[in-house]
Design a protein around this ligand. Structure first.
Ligand code: ATP
Ligand code: MG
Length: 437
């Protein structure tokens, strides 16, 4: 992509409500544009990052055998009346009526809808277990939308739902998802900590929030620091290893504030290992048994022919919130620092250009084409402005690698730089090798 053609409408005057860095940086680099309170358009740069995050989330769901589908955003109120949540959900639910005056709603979550789909087609235990997921827009009429896409009203979420015959098997589905979440966040360059959490309006009795540490986070957390030492690489997706993973994590105190108890904390964690801090919730998983299957009469015939309510869990990842959360976790001063896995571009070429001498731009175009032919996603800054301004701009954008084409280059060697590291003078083959890694 040529920078001169890329649509990056930068917001120069930051609105007063842009209080946290990720919100400011997303506006300053034209990633999003507010369309009304808590509702945003995703502009090309922001959308590109979100799609890369979505891809990783999807791959890790597929890796544990979850099946992708797509449910609509607009739901009928009937199923919510059956589950009893139509009244309980309160003002966060956006209620709509159609031309026939039917009560509809913009889905804040999909437990009812998936239960309805499942109960109308699955009748036997033989089809269990099942895990379904979709990645779809949600709407929650938050009382105080804030911090940009971090807490907005319309947001993009991966939500998955598991169906099992009994609690033992349901816990295995839960553990698989726990594992998929650890892997997903790791690939996004984040260190996430699973914390025991309350279940809230989703209901149920087993729940973890996946939190990444950040001063601007809204979740207060209390944890034993030693939980950071658990390496998630040693686990695999089989039931024994998954059980070991859950046991290992549960050895350390790690809770959000609604589960916090000072006495317990002091008893279980040495003073030196205690950490009280803030974090951002990027995922949340629940096991809730028959909370929905019972009122919605969702049963399967078990082996002995008896009707059994299916045991369910639900599992969310805030895909759009993650864009802001990654910025929040990684930025240094005023610079974004995209992990390679989700950076809007793999590399940016920055030629020093002036009207009288366009030779650097010509050289840059050649490198640009060479890299593109190798399947590398390149941005070329073909704009005529001072090299100092260019550096400032690219520091802000946070693309992980830069190729600088100025006075230091020779016939076939270029200045190549990983953000924040010293530049090296190197040839195109080595550059390709590093970028392809
Ligand atoms: P929170 O405690 O932050 O309000 P929640 O517990 O209501 O979130 P869940 O129902 O667990 O949210 O939703 C799953 C995920 O969706 C959350 O972990 C979060 O990443 C994301 N999410 C929830 N609400 C919002 C929102 N208003 N804006 C952006 N993302 C959100
Ligand atoms: Mg939650």
């Amino acid at each position: 992509m040529l920078l001169s053609k890329l649509f990056i409408p930068i917001t120069k005057d930051l609105p007063a409500e842009a209080k946290i860095k990720s919100h400011q940086l997303m506006l300053r680099t034209g990633m999003i544009r507010q369309s009304s309170a808590g509702i945003y358009s995703w502009l090309p740069l922001g959308f590109k990052v979100m799609k890369k995050i979505e891809k990783i989330v999807r791959e890790e769901q597929n890796n544990i055998g979850a099946q992708e589908m797509l449910m609509p955003t607009i739901q009928s109120s009937d199923i919510w009346k059956e589950s009893g949540r139509y009244d309980d959900y309160g003002e966060e639910m956006l209620r709509i009526s159609d031309r026939q005056n039917r009560e509809m709603l913009y889905g804040p979550t999909n437990e009812e809808q998936i239960t309805e789909i499942f109960r109308s087609s699955v009748k036997s235990y033989k089809l269990l277990p099942q895990i379904f997921y979709h990645i779809q827009w949600k709407f929650r009429d938050e009382l105080r939308p804030r911090f940009g896409v971090m807490r907005c009203r319309e947001f993009y979420m991966k939500d998955a739902y598991s169906f099992d015959l009994n609690e033992n098997e349901a816990v295995l589905s839960y553990n698989k998802m726990f594992y998929a979440y650890l892997k997903t966040f790791k690939r996004l360059g984040l260190r996430s900590i699973p914390m025991k959490a309350e279940t809230g309006p989703i209901g149920g009795d087993l729940s973890h929030e996946f939190i990444i540490l950040a001063d601007t986070g809204e979740s207060k957390i209390y944890t034993d620091k030693r939980i950071f030492n658990i390496s998630t690489d040693k686990y695999s997706n089989d039931s024994n290893s998954l059980k070991k993973m859950r046991d290992d994590f549960s050895k350390f105190y790690a809770v959000t504030d609604d589960k916090f108890n000072q006495e317990d904390f002091n008893k279980k964690v040495n003073k030196g290992d205690q950490l009280e801090t803030k974090g951002i919730e990027v995922g949340h998983i629940f096991y809730f048994g028959d909370k929905y299957s019972k009122p919605m009469n969702c049963t399967v015939d078990s082996k002995d022919g008896k009707k059994t309510f299916v045991k369910m869990g639900s599992y969310g990842v805030g895909v759009s919130r993650l864009v802001a959360a990654i910025i929040e976790a990684k930025y240094v001063n005023d610079k974004m620092k995209w992990p390679k896995s989700v950076a809007p571009f793999d590399v940016v070429i920055i030629p020093s250009i002036n009207k009288k001498d366009m030779s650097n731009l010509e050289k840059a175009l050649k490198v640009y084409n060479d890299l593109r032919n190798k399947g590398i996603d390149v941005l070329l800054d073909d704009i005529e402005e001072s090299i100092t301004n260019k550096f400032k701009k690219h520091d802000l954008l946070g693309i992980p690698y830069q190729i600088i084409i100025g006075s230091k280059i020779t016939q076939d060697k270029f200045e190549f730089k990983e953000s924040d590291k010293e530049a090296e003078i190197t040839d195109i083959n080595k550059i390709i090798k590093i970028l392809k890694k």
